[in-house]
Design a protein around this ligand. Structure first.
Ligand SMILES: Nc1ncnc2c1ncn2[C@@H]1O[C@H](COP(=O)(O)OP(=O)(O)OP(=O)(O)O)[C@@H](O)[C@H]1O
Length: 327
């Protein structure tokens, strides 16, 4: 079993961030405290507009904090030169910004720019780092493919390989799974966690994928309007109920039992008996169909699947709903 070796790589203390608009200050985040560790994947979650990308901009040294301190590896981020910052930290943003005729191999090699200087010529060591990044992300077969001729998921892996080739201690990704299908979203997040663990890097992922993040992240940072940043393992935040800070509507809540979001107004008054799993899905079907009451008890049987209601037997949830709607 692999052991995580955690070391604090990024620290924010009493941070205040915002923008100047028409000469006026517009504060976005204040009194922000956090610590990011190598050897684990941290997911930053929060509603639209709360300031996640603003925080990423500050970490990338593109936005100067109005107050507080922001340190990378014990040194103020603002004191790094662009080149030395690029050797410490790699960033993957959502939108593809590289020309479509560039090959995957060329893109990953760009990760070595902080080391190659203006010539861009790769040393043997640079080449080794590029190969290693390509192998780690399982895209060896894509090396000669053009960016315009591969899928979104493959391109995202190539972008991650470029960040790995940069070989800093910290990788930051702003919504790396946007536009990807479910399987690719899982795969990318799983890959990022592997990299954090195997390569002992700090990985910070901004994401809206709560359920995938629960499956893959070691730590959550929850950012909600007007509250301090909440940091903890997903499991602890679920058990304490603090995860619901992300869900301002009482109607949609996180179900600790099911490990996912659920609409809370299930018609519990409908009596359904049988295997818990089967009952759950029958109840869900009735809820979605807007059926609030049925005359008598409903029984659900497994092997073969049957729903018995009012002496009638149904072979599917759909059949039951059609019959209830007609009665
Ligand atoms: N360049 C800018 N100038 C002024 N205000 C900005 C600027 N960029 C962002 N903002 C404002 O800062 C606030 C936070 O924006 P930010 O993009 O950080 O949110 P976010 O949490 O990343 O949102 P999302 O989940 O939608 O990506 C928003 O109200 C936004 O309008």
């Amino acid at each position: 079993m692999r052991q995580r070796s955690l070391a604090s790589i990024l620290q924010g203390k009493d941070l205040q961030l915002g923008y100047l608009k028409n000469g006026k200050r517009r504060e976005v985040l204040s009194h922000l405290d956090f610590e990011l560790f190598t050897g684990e994947m941290t997911c930053l979650l929060g509603p639209n507009g709360v300031g996640k990308s603003t925080l990423v901009k500050a970490i990338m040294a593109q936005l100067q904090p109005w107050q507080g301190s922001l340190n990378l590896d014990g040194q103020a981020i603002s004191s790094y030169s662009q080149e030395s910052l690029a050797r410490k930290m790699a960033v993957v943003l959502t939108e593809p910004v590289f020309p479509g005729n560039m090959t995957v191999g060329e893109l990953v090699a760009l990760g070595r720019t902080p080391y190659t200087g203006w010539s861009g010529r790769l040393s043997l060591e640079d080449q080794k780092e590029v190969e290693k990044a390509i192998a780690l992300t399982n895209i060896v077969y894509l090396k000669s493919e053009r960016l315009s001729e591969i899928s979104d998921g493959q391109r995202q892996k190539a972008m991650i390989a470029r960040a790995i080739a940069q070989n800093g201690d910290l990788i930051i990704l702003d919504e790396p799974t946007a536009h990807l299908d479910l399987v690719n979203r899982f795969e990318i997040m799983d890959l990022l966690r592997e990299i954090a663990l195997e390569e002992n890097k700090g990985v910070l992922v901004v994401t809206h994928d709560l359920e995938i993040a629960i499956e893959t992240a070691d730590r959550f940072w929850l950012l909600t309007c007007g509250n301090p940043l909440l940091s903890g393992s997903p499991e602890d935040l679920i058990l304490s109920g603090e995860i619901n800070q992300l869900l301002p509507s009482k109607k949609i809540q996180f179900s600790p039992k099911r490990g996912r979001l659920e609409i809370q107004d299930f018609p519990e008054e409908i009596l359904i008996s049988g295997n818990e799993e089967l009952v759950y899905w029958v109840r869900k079907g009735l809820k979605k169909a807007g059926i609030q009451a049925v005359p008598k008890e409903i029984r659900v049987q497994a092997d073969p699947f049957r729903i018995i209601a009012d002496e009638n037997t149904f072979q599917s949830v759909e059949e039951l709903i059609s019959s209830l709607k007609l009665s």
